[in-house]
Design a protein around this ligand. Structure first.
Ligand code: MG
Length: 378
């Protein structure tokens, strides 16, 4: 099989977006993760180099670990310009690689099908890119006045753009070009175009994010799955009190085989329920020494990985902790951060609440938690 490496250009400044668009969630999953995942899932791609900015590199490295994007060979810091970024990335590609696919990190709706078609065309010609016809009439406005080019000849260039790596290495320069195939055109090397995908939009402004959200949620084959989880543990002396991964100072703690984090257990069961997986007791049996004193955040992260491997994305997770004492409100922000980190989503997709039972229930003797988790197949 022809070896093809992908370069994901994720170093853009995001000035027109008003923040780092790469790590912004799109239906619960960061934009750049969706982009990388399409290449991770393509059987034609043997490895991936991500070119990040100084500001988002650490965050993208963490995301690649959380989402098990194990085809990512490295996350490098990109250069000042697109050309410089691609040059830096090329130096990390193994010499036996035949083709290189250059992809905008901000095109999260790219599909494995489009990737396969561009690669097939590039194998034949040496350079290929997807294009879509422009919809508006284009006006060329300059000091010579206004001109109207024939719209039938005008197309918008998309990515991935796929090239013969040896030829690309020969011709790459620091010229400021807005896409990579321009270098092949300038070197008078053959370039071919294929039909692009109108939904393969580039996220440039906040409005583009709304459009992409509509494309994802409006897909007729998308499925929503909701799950509920409940857990309770007894309060005893001589144990830590751990709730949503936070060590809460208290004279008693929860009894259990693991760290007995009832809140994370409830979320884990809700997640497993939504994904149609066996419950927490089946996946992490309490007689298995492997889970003795386990960090329940690790169990939840493992369950989240299992649900992702089945094609699910977490849209939201909510948990209510029922405790008469201690007062939990000071710890809620940290709990919320821990929950988001374990699920691999941003904090605005999760919520943590605490309540008492006004002395009516068993809450002096233990702590319980209810949770709901919403998953989507997009
Ligand atoms: Mg439990």
């Amino acid at each position: 099989m022809t070896k093809t490496f992908a370069i994901i250009a994720a170093a853009g400044s995001g000035t027109r977006f008003g923040g780092d668009k790469m790590t912004t969630p799109l239906c619960g999953t960061p934009v750049v993760v969706r982009t990388i995942t399409a290449f991770q899932q393509s059987p034609l791609i043997s490895g991936i180099i991500v070119a990040a900015s100084e500001n988002n590199r650490a965050a993208i490295e963490t995301l690649c670990k959380i989402y098990s994007l194990d085809k990512v060979a490295c996350v490098i810091q990109g250069g000042e310009t697109r050309a410089e970024t691609v040059q830096l990335a090329l130096s990390h590609i193994p010499s036996e690689t035949k083709l290189v696919a250059v992809q905008d990190g901000a095109r999260p709706l790219v599909t494995a099908e489009l990737i396969a078609r561009v690669i097939a065309a590039a194998k034949e010609i040496g350079a290929a890119l997807p294009v879509v016809p422009v919809r508006d009439t284009i006006k060329e406005i300059s000091s010579n006045g206004i001109q109207t080019p024939n719209r039938d000849c005008l197309f918008a260039a998309q990515t991935p753009q796929v090239f013969d790596l040896a030829k690309y290495r020969e011709i790459i320069t620091n010229d400021a070009v807005s896409d990579d195939s321009t270098l092949f055109e300038q070197a008078r090397l053959p370039v071919t175009t294929i039909d692009g995908d109108p939904r393969n939009i580039k996220i440039t402004t906040a409005d583009d994010l709304l459009t992409a959200t509509a494309f994802l949620t409006g897909k007729t084959d998308s499925k929503l799955r909701i799950g509920h989880g409940y857990d309770a543990h007894r309060l005893v002396e001589g144990r830590r009190l751990v709730l949503c991964g936070v060590d809460v100072p208290f004279e008693r703690g929860l009894l259990g085989h693991s760290d007995a984090d009832a809140a994370f257990h409830a979320v884990t069961d809700a997640l497993l329920g939504a994904a149609g997986l066996p419950d927490i007791g089946n996946i992490f049996p309490d007689h298995d020494p492997k889970w003795k004193d386990a960090n329940s955040g690790d169990l939840l992260a493992f369950a989240a990985k299992m649900s992702r491997e089945r094609g699910f994305t977490v849209m939201s997770a909510d948990v209510t902790i029922i405790a008469e004492r201690p007062k939990l409100s000071p710890f809620i922000p940290q709990m919320r951060g821990n929950l988001a980190a374990a699920l691999g989503v941003s904090a605005d997709c999760v919520n943590v609440k605490a309540t008492t039972e006004e002395g009516l229930g068993f809450a002096e003797r233990g702590i319980s938690a209810h949770s709901v988790v919403l998953l989507t197949t997009q």
